[in-house]
Design a binder for this molecule. Sequence first.
Ligand code: GDP
Ligand code: IMO
Ligand code: MG
Length: 429
Amino acid sequence: MGNVTVIGGQWGDEGKGKIVDWLASRADMVVRFQGGHNAGHTLVVGGEVYKLSLLPSGIVRGTPSIIGNGVVLDPWAFRDEVQRISAQGIAVTPDVLRLAETCPLILPIHRDLDALREDASGAGKIGTTRRGIGPAYEDKVGRRAIRVCDLAHLGELDPLLDRLCAHHDHLRAGFGEPPVDRARLKADLSEIADFVLPFARPVWKDLDEARAEGRRILFEGAQGVLLDVDHGTYPFVTSSNTVAGTTGSGSGTGPGAAGFVLGIVKAYTTRVGSGPFPTELHDEIGERIGERGREFGTVTGRRRRCGWFDSVLVRQAVAVSGITGVALTKLDVLDGLDTIRICTGYRIDGQAFDHLPPHAADQARVEPVYEDIEGWSESTAGARSWAELPAQAIKYIRRVEELIRCPVALVSTSPERDDTILVRDPFAG
Ligand code: GDP
Ligand code: IMO
Ligand code: MG
């Protein structure tokens, strides 16, 4: 039995949280390896709703959970979430939750900069979650970040803050903002340190031990392949690599640790924020999908843009991320549609494309080529076995598999944990 890596196969919000929670019963450990609290993962267990942003989705089952070094951590958001989920009766203590000492911190100055840039960008804005994700990753690769381990060395913080703030002061001046209040920032960090430090550990050692003992690790990706900073719809992407290859660098495990790569894919497509979306619907069918699928963002409450399933994009995601099998989610949202469309190719200025070209101008001009499939009138909501699915729904799944060149390993039919059909156990490889 090997490891499993769960990643989003589209633009995020595919239902990763639900599937990770479901798989967590078979895992010994759940590990986040990129992103931050831009993620919003909703779990529903017996009617109780859990909304997670930073905490790995295994925490709800009590599966030992790790936040890896590839995650950017807002320590105040971390404290809020630990307290909120604890208040729902879930144990979120250093016994079950461990945090990499090397996580870079998201500070209030990162949130400020994210918002200042978005507000100044007008129609060209990315539509970020305004959580400071991009600016924090910039400071990480710029070698200016304050990290979790620095909270244990508050006496040595001044030169680090000088370096970081000198950079931010220039940027802030460009927006007409005053310099960073360093004394306040230092006081805020001193205040939060006591909460964060008990969770901090050399998690790479825990992972190495788990590997040596043959334990099963479930890696939990945030966002989706189309938001990957290298492979996504740049510049309308997030600032981390969301592909499965990031598990190693983002947690301190080798490249072979990813195991079975399970791509989570919605039976249609959604996107929140700006950027190209070839199959986007601006009609009543798009409205209907949005209503039935409750397509409102967990993090920002924004309405998600909805459209038909785009097999070109998912096939590309399968290829660039090395997806072994997919979990097809929200099939029930398509119940009752007379006709379901699948995008099978693109045309740009009359020329056929079997992939999304990289330039934003080309992406904006893409015209989808559709294939129509007869829908089904029966309900799939809550189905837990293949036998409960209508023949037309099975036909749809089979056609999706064919077009994306990847088998379906799981099907999800409602937000509830157990409304899930297992076709092929990812842990069995
Ligand atoms: P994530 O970011 O990938 O974890 O996805 P989100 O939690 O942001 O969004 C997925 C939403 O769809 C959540 O509200 C889930 O409760 C819900 N959901 C997940 N799977 C299904 C499903 O199969 N059917 C329906 N109707 N809802 C689902
Ligand atoms: P989960 O894990 C959907 C989008 C934002 C914006 C872009 C950049 O719940 O699937 P950022 O704040 O990261 O700089 O924003 O990425 N985005 C997401 N969209 N699901 C997410 O996470 C997202 N995280 C970021 O809307 O378009
Ligand atoms: Mg989400």
